[in-house]
Design a protein around this ligand. Structure first.
Ligand SMILES: Cc1ncc(COP(=O)(O)O)c(C=O)c1O
Length: 361
């Protein structure tokens, strides 16, 4: 399902950083943050340990805590929701759109209460969420935290004519560089971005024990810093990101074309005016286990996403929504199978995948 790139440029960058013996708090992390912010059009970007700690930090920076409600999707990776628990807030689970699998705007509107302080919008599988979420959060004075862990390189044309990339479609953006993601850093890693001048210094501070530049602890933080070696690898990976996402798009377009007349399998759809980053290519089927078994028999990796909605996992057994059925979430949980779409997929592998899909009925 994933094949992270590793080449001579990345190796020599990592080795040069090791040789320099500047292993933490150095020029690589600063350069990686600067280049990442430029790439996604954010005001600033700060490397950190991973996507989950980025989400925790984003909520802390937005001053979310006990008594606050945070609207989240349930059809997502678990840490998009448990970050709210980690700061003592209450996640409020909202259903997704049936076709694009991101938060449903009307459901978000209906879930807003006087206690709502933030929304965590996930660009799921690399598909940008509805741009209306930005306006909705502004109008209701809610902090919009962008879970862009799966969306490096995704874009959306906004109705004001601007084209915004993932990382610049909310107040604080959270990325993951887990090895399966669209780009990686040779280990665990994450990035916090912001479009908000008030958050800029707080983000840098929270990743470094909440210290001000003169080393006084002025906010609650921790050591969330990324190592210099990881940052130096990330810098090289970032320089390839546009090409890699383009390859993912070509792979996705090929699969979609080949699935057009399939009797039982449905290709994913892309939101108008947006560019999908294709972290995952999820096929819809009434019999997901049978499709996975069929592909497995033919030696093709495939995986169901996400079989148990977050709000129905044991960690939420005492949550008011534990037994609630969110209709579109339920349907997605029982129908999606991801096939390999990574940028390093070879032509003959694509042909094998398509032949396997065609032989499935
Ligand atoms: C949507 C989403 N959010 C958050 C995360 C957490 O990122 P990390 O694994 O780097 O902590 C992931 C990782 O898979 C993810 O897919």
């Amino acid at each position: 399902m994933a094949r992270p790139s590793w080449d001579e440029a990345m190796r020599s960058s990592a080795m040069a950083t090791l040789d320099s013996k500047q292993w933490v708090k150095g020029a690589q992390g600063k350069a990686f943050g600067k280049a990442f912010a430029e790439h996604c059009g954010a005001l600033s970007a700060t490397p950190c340990q991973n996507g989950s700690s980025a989400l925790w930090a984003a909520l802390r920076i937005a001053n979310i805590g006990p008594g606050d409600e945070v609207i989240v999707p349930s059809f997502t990776f678990i840490s998009s929701t448990t970050c709210a628990l980690l700061v003592g807030a209450t996640p409020v689970f909202v259903d997704i759109e049936p076709d694009y699998y991101c938060l449903d705007l009307n459901e978000v509107k209906a879930a807003i209460t006087p206690k709502t302080k933030a929304v965590i919008g996930v660009h799921l599988f690399g598909q940008p969420y509805d741009q209306g979420l930005v306006t909705l959060c502004k109008n209701h004075n809610l902090v919009l935290i962008e879970d862009a862990a799966q969306a490096h390189g995704a874009e959306q044309k906004f109705s004001d004519g601007t084209i915004r990339k993932a990382g610049a479609m909310g107040d604080i953006g959270c990325f993951s560089f887990f090895p399966s993601k669209n780009m990686a850093v040779g280990g665990e890693g994450g990035m916090l971005t912001t479009t908000h001048p008030d958050y800029q210094d707080k983000i840098v501070g929270i990743t470094n024990h909440g210290r001000s530049p003169d080393l006084e602890a002025i906010q609650l933080g921790s050591n969330l810093r990324m190592s210099e070696v990881s940052a130096s690898i990330g810098l090289v990976q970032l320089s390839n990101l546009d090409d890699w996402v383009e390859l993912r798009r070509q792979n996705a377009a090929f699969f979609t074309q080949e699935l057009a007349d399939h009797p039982t399998l449905q290709a994913p759809t892309v939101r108008p005016h947006s560019t999908h980053a294709w972290h995952q290519y999820c096929i819809r089927t009434e019999h997901p286990d049978a499709l996975v078994a069929h592909l497995d028999e033919l030696g093709i990796d495939a995986r169901r996403y996400y079989t148990t909605p977050c709000h129905q996992q044991s960690i939420y057994k005492n949550h008011a929504q534990f037994t609630q059925r969110l209709e579109n979430t339920h349907t997605a949980s029982n129908s999606l199978v991801a096939i390999p779409v990574m940028h390093e997929l070879l032509d003959d592998e694509k042909q094998r995948i398509v032949a396997a899909l065609r032989s499935y009925c």
